[in-house]
Design a protein around this ligand. Structure first.
Ligand SMILES: [Zn+2]
Length: 230
């Protein structure tokens, strides 16, 4: 069994992010391939010492607290996972949507969030911040993983207008086309929630052949992010 706390030796590259002492956090690339049933094992198996929890993600704003180290079979239906327990690896799966990892290392509270445009508008990230604060978090740090970038994410005028009216970052061209800056808008939500943003700079899913993109290539695989307390 590998020593708990090491970045998991999943196949292919990972991007560790520093969210504080006692917090293991990383984003993965397409080699994680989390959407395929057969490939959910290798990640879990390689993260020895962590019990992994994945969510049945539905583009909403629900957050599920993982309250027990006993990992029950079946995934909770939600788009944010949180825990205060050591040894639990919270895993979010994405392609184009953003995985967002949050931690208050002093309060020993962590969360992993799935945020696409629906989650952005639903406020899943601020809701997760509020949930951590309700349990005593004060100084929260966060990092946004690989997601589709603004210049690759054209959206229709209705969504563009709605997003813009709610304060999100929309770029409008002179020809009536619009692009949504999803990672930029999430970063703004975090800043407004007084969360310290740790830049990850992991590139755009649509532009990188190391990352899955539904929008660009209709790929069904998922990369993701994971976070755990040690
Ligand atoms: Zn891009």
């Amino acid at each position: 069994m590998a020593e708990r706390g090491l970045i998991p030796p999943v196949r292919g590259p990972i991007w560790p992010v520093q969210l504080g002492d006692g917090v293991v956090a990383a984003f993965g690339d397409a080699s994680w391939n989390l959407a395929l049933e057969a490939n959910q094992g290798p990640l879990g198996g390689s993260l020895a010492g962590f019990g992994l929890v994945l969510a049945r993600q539905v583009h909403g704003r629900e957050l599920c607290w993982v309250e027990s180290a006993e990992i029950t079979p079946g995934w909770p239906t939600c788009d944010a996972l949180a825990t205060c327990l050591d040894g639990i690896g919270l895993v979010i799966r994405t392609a184009d949507c953003a995985p967002v990892l949050l931690a208050d290392p002093a309060a020993r509270l962590i969360a992993a969030v799935h945020a696409g445009w629906r989650g952005l508008l639903a406020g899943v990230v601020p809701a997760a911040v509020a949930a951590l604060r309700a349990r005593g978090a004060e100084a929260i740090s966060a990092s946004i993983g690989p997601a589709i970038c603004a210049k690759c994410y054209e959206v229709g005028p209705d969504l563009a207008k709605r997003a813009e009216s709610e304060g999100h970052l929309v770029i409008g061209g002179a020809d009536g086309r619009f692009w949504l800056d999803l990672p930029g808008s999430i970063a703004r939500q975090l800043e407004l929630a007084d969360v310290r943003l740790v830049r990850a700079g992991l590139g755009c899913t649509a532009e990188s052949d190391r990352l899955f993109s539904w929008r660009a290539r209709q790929e069904t695989g998922r990369q993701g992010g994971l976070i755990g307390l040690i």
